[in-house]
Each structure stands twice: as structure tokens, then as C-alpha cells.
Design a protein around this ligand. Structure first.
Ligand SMILES: *[C@@H]1O[C@H](CO)[C@@H](O)[C@H](O)[C@H]1NC(C)=O
Ligand SMILES: *[C@@H]1O[C@H](CO)[C@@H](O)[C@H](O)[C@H]1NC(C)=O
Ligand SMILES: *[C@@H]1O[C@H](CO)[C@@H](O)[C@H](O)[C@H]1NC(C)=O
Ligand SMILES: *[C@@H]1O[C@H](CO)[C@@H](O)[C@H](O)[C@H]1NC(C)=O
Ligand SMILES: *[C@@H]1O[C@H](CO)[C@@H](O)[C@H](O)[C@H]1NC(C)=O
Length: 355
């Protein structure tokens, strides 16, 4: 995980930019005035029909309930409800974010919208500010699995509270698999340049990318790579695709166990990636694993550091990960420098609009 985003405390002005009044609730009135009487009647009957047919469980907080109590209503929205609402073709794309990440969330969402996959996105909100903001602007696309991240732990990257929090990600993914859905997890400091779904060939249990920087041949193996210096692989826990199979569930359960077996320590300031790699190591014989192609899914340690390689593999890149760099501002600047910061000039392409 690219947990390094967390090291900067939140600007206190942040919450002031999102007043509680719902822009959303004003919208229907303005639009209706444009319609003629006949058009208005047709619209009203359509709304009535939708209101009757569409079950509440599938569309909580749709445009019919954008009022103050809808904020309360989203706090009762559950992961099963959310997944069944956003899933397309039995598949969801998830991320887990706290409000410090909102600019990155928007950047990532714009890039996904360009691939027309945004409808499948579910934001697992780690705090209520994120839950409220996303659902207010994009009803149904955020869920919070209690407890919420408390503001103190959120800002302390490397702290035990922070570690405990990221340690819940495999639990959320396992839950989604147990509900019978396929799931793609992404860190939000990523940008899509293409559609990753066309790369999920075959019917393997778990698909992932390598975080190692050495250049591989274009036709490299799709097997789990051999262990590195620390006795384990350096597979990135930043981008994972899982099918709802026994194998994928076993990897998630083993990841959860590994996180418990090697708990946080002050010295290691662990994140969840080593535990994921040990889980892959321990389940390798029983699970069908698939390493995605490096040219399409390069680590930031390669993409941002080797211009020759980038030139050589031009047109093949699908997801760019802004890792191998520490700090919120530095990450934004690097995305800027490479033309991958879309959140300022292209906010109109985000389902959340400008933040
Ligand atoms: C507001 O939304 C809630 C939850 O959907 C609903 O029960 C309530 O009737 C709504 N109130 C108004 C005034 O529309
Ligand atoms: C839907 O999912 C199935 C099974 O995973 C896959 O083979 C198919 O290509 C998907 N269709 C679309 C439109 O994504
Ligand atoms: C983190 O989790 C461990 C083990 O479950 C627990 O003992 C500890 O109190 C938690 N720490 C924080 C700060 O949440
Ligand atoms: C698992 O890790 C051990 C210790 O580093 C190593 O000897 C073994 O080859 C690894 N197994 C796989 C499948 O990568
Ligand atoms: C950079 O990429 C080129 C072309 O793929 C490769 O030959 C070279 O070894 C790479 N340099 C480093 C430092 O990895």
C-alpha cells in the first residue's frame, strides 16, 4: 500500500470546503423548470414508476431521498447493499480512502471514467467525511464499515492505529468474495491509461503486479516470481484482482492471519504488503496465481525512473502507480510533471465533480 500519503496532517480548511447543504437536493427543481407541462408529467410518472419498482435496498439515497436524513441513512448502508448496487457483471472495483486522499481519489476516478468503468466503483470510506461527501455527490458509491478511522490514527503513518486500519482491507475483500463477487482493489495513487479488465485473461484465482524495478522481457512468465532478498517476493498489494473462488478466499484468509502473526512493531513500521507476499508464498501450491505483464502494470520505481524503458514500451502502459516516492506534495508534483494529474483541469469528468 502506498501509505506514505498519510504522513501529512490534514489542512484544517478541508471540511469547510464541503458545507453540509446538499447541492444535490437543488438539482431536480432546476431541471424540472426546463420541461414543458407534458414533459414534466412524463418525468413525474417515470419517477413514480422507478420509485415503486426499484427496491430501496438497491438504491438507497437515490435522488428521491437527497435530504438531511439521507446523511443518516448512508451510515446504515452496508457492504452487501453497496456491492449489489454498484456491481456490474458480478464485479466491483474498490478502493479504501480517508479524506486526506480525496484529491487522489478524484484523479483516479477521472482516469477510470475515461475507460467507462466508473459505474463499478465502490469507495470504502474510512471516515464519515469521505462517506458523506461521496454519497452526497454520487449516491450509493461509498460505504463505511464501522468503526470509522479516528482522526488521530489516520495521520500517523507507521503508527499502530494506522496499521490496524490498513489491516482490515483483506477482510473487506474477503467479505466481497464471500458475497459471490469478483473484486479489483486499487490504491488511489494510480492512474488508468487503458482498461485493465482486458488483461485479466483466463480464469485464475488471483491477479497481481510486481513491485520490483528490474526490467523483464515482454514475454515474462506469469508465475509468482522467485523470492527476493528478504526471502519473500515484492508483489504489490496496490492492485489486486480476485475471483470469488476457494483459492482467492484462501489467500485473503492467509493474508489476514499473516497480519495477525506479524503484528505492528515500532521498529518495522509495517504496512500490509509483506504479509500479502507471505500469504502468496504459503498458498502458492494451492492457488492459481497470475502475474500481470510488467509493460502494462509497471511499478512507479520503473515507470518514473527509466525513460528508455518507457519509450521502448510506449502504448503498452495500462495502470501507472505513483509509488517509490514519499510525500503527498511530491506525488502530486510527479503526476503533474508526467501529465497524469487530471484532478484540476478535468474535474468535470469525475462523478464527484470538482472537490
Ligand atoms: C428524507 O429521506 C428519508 C430517508 O430516505 C425519508 O424517510 C424522509 O421521508 C425524507 N424526508 C423528506 C422531507 O422528504
Ligand atoms: C462478464 O463476466 C464474464 C465472467 O467473468 C466475462 O467472461 C465477460 O467477458 C464479462 N463481460 C463483460 C461485458 O465485461
Ligand atoms: C491494534 O490492534 C491490536 C491487536 O488487535 C490491539 O492490541 C491494539 O490495541 C490496536 N491498537 C490501536 C492503536 O488501535
Ligand atoms: C516461500 O518462501 C521460502 C522462504 O523464502 C522459499 O524458500 C520458497 O521458495 C518460497 N516459495 C514460493 C512458492 O515462492
Ligand atoms: C532501463 O531500461 C532499459 C530498456 O529497457 C534497460 O536496458 C535498462 O537496463 C534499464 N535501466 C535500469 C537502470 O534498470
Amino acid at each position: 500500500m502506498t501509505t506514505s500519503l498519510h504522513q501529512r496532517p490534514l489542512p484544517s480548511a478541508f471540511s469547510d470546503r464541503f458545507p453540509a447543504s446538499l447541492h444535490y437536493s437543488n438539482l431536480p427543481h432546476r431541471q424540472i423548470s426546463i420541461f414543458s407541462r407534458a414533459g414534466l408529467l412524463a418525468l413525474l410518472s417515470l419517477m413514480l414508476i422507478l420509485g415503486v419498482i426499484v427496491p430501496w435496498a438497491d438504491m438507497p439515497g437515490g435522488i428521491f431521498s437527497a435530504n438531511k436524513s439521507s446523511v443518516q441513512q448512508w451510515r446504515r448502508y452496508t457492504l452487501p447493499q453497496a456491492v449489489s448496487f454498484v456491481a456490474k457483471n458480478g464485479t466491483v472495483i474498490v478502493c479504501a480512502v480517508s479524506r486526506a486522499y480525496l484529491p487522489f481519489l478524484n484523479n483516479w476516478l477521472i482516469s477510470i471514467s475515461r475507460q467507462k468503468r466508473q459505474d463499478m466503483v465502490l469507495v470504502i470510506a474510512e471516515d464519515y467525511a469521505t462517506l458523506d461527501l461521496v454519497n452526497q455527490r454520487w449516491p450509493g458509491h461509498a460505504v463505511l464499515v464501522p468503526p470509522a478511522l479516528d482522526a488521530q490514527s489516520a495521520h500517523k503513518f507507521g503508527s499502530q492505529g494506522f496499521f490496524n486500519f490498513t489491516a482490515r482491507r483483506p477482510q473487506h475483500l474477503l467479505h466481497i468474495l464471500e458475497l459471490g463477487y469478483s473484486v479489483m482493489y486499487n490504491d488511489v495513487d494510480m492512474v488508468w491509461l487503458g482498461d485493465p479488465f482486458t488483461y485479466l485473461q483466463g480464469s485464475h484465482d488471483v491477479y497481481f503486479t510486481d513491485d520490483m524495478t528490474p526490467v523483464k522481457p515482454l514475454d515474462h512468465s506469469h508465475e509468482l516470481p522467485p523470492p527476493g532478498k528478504k526471502g519473500r517476493t515484492y508483489i504489490c498489494s496496490c492492485m489486486i484482482f480476485l475471483r470469488p473462488t476457494a483459492g482467492a478466499k484462501l489467500v485473503m484468509k492467509t493474508w489476514i492471519k499473516e497480519l495477525q502473526a506479524q503484528p505492528w512493531s515500532r521498529a518495522k513500521k509495517a504496512n500490509d504488503q509483506p504479509a500479502f507476499n507471505w500469504a502468496l508464498n504459503k498458498t502458492a501450491g494451492q492457488v492459481d496465481l497470475y502475474l500481470l505483464p510488467q509493460a502494462a502494470f509497471p511499478t512507479g520505481g520503473l515507470y518514473f525512473k527509466n525513460k528508455t524503458w518507457v519509450q521502448e514500451t510506449k502504448g503498452k502502459h495500462v495502470i501507472i502507480h505513483n509509488n517509490y516516492i514519499i510525500g503527498f506534495e511530491k506525488k502530486i508534483k510527479r503526476f503533474h510533471d508526467y501529465g497524469l494529474w487530471l484532478a484540476d483541469d478535468h474535474a468535470n469528468e469525475s462523478p464527484l465533480g470538482k472537490l
